[in-house]
Design a protein. Structure first.
Length: 148
């Protein structure tokens, strides 16, 4: 039931729910990270995500495995987009299925927090003024300006 992937196409939330849904489960929790139009007062036009793909997928699988151990009987689907992503698009999706809501919600939060800390995925924000900056996933401060 577990599903982990890095993808270049739009994330299909209904497909992820279908992957983990079960008649034995009474709760499906989800988290969708989307591209917002302003970050730290700057107008954002999109984000470019890149990754060390082999290592990123391996670490994503480990995070899901850690969540399965910690929260017992959860089914988890996790996808993260790579490439250029437009405003409002989903960049990361987590769907967790469990018999009860508290473990489903807790596991969902655990997965996103660990993903941000541990997975080698980088984002570069594109701004309305034409500039770009690499942004640390663990913080909200742009780390380096790059002219386009």
């Amino acid at each position: 039931m577990t599903h982990v992937a890095l993808v270049y196409e739009p994330i299909d939330i209904a497909r992820l729910v279908a992957r983990v849904a079960s008649p034995s489960s009474g709760a499906i929790a989800s988290f969708l990270g989307t591209v917002r139009e302003v970050n730290e007062g700057r107008s954002v036009t999109g984000i470019e995500y890149s990754a060390y793909e082999e290592m990123a997928e391996r670490e994503m699988r480990q995070i899901v495995s850690d969540a399965e151990t910690r929260f017992n009987n959860v089914a988890i689907a996790l996808e993260h987009r790579l490439g250029d992503i437009a405003l409002g698009d989903v960049s990361v999706a987590i769907v967790v299925c469990h018999a009860h809501r508290a473990p489903a919600l807790d596991a969902c939060r655990f997965v996103i927090e660990e993903l941000k800390k541990r997975v080698p995925i980088w984002k570069r924000e594109h701004y309305a003024d034409g500039s770009r900056a690499w942004v640390d996933n663990r913080a909200t401060t742009a780390t380096r300006e790059v002219a386009h």
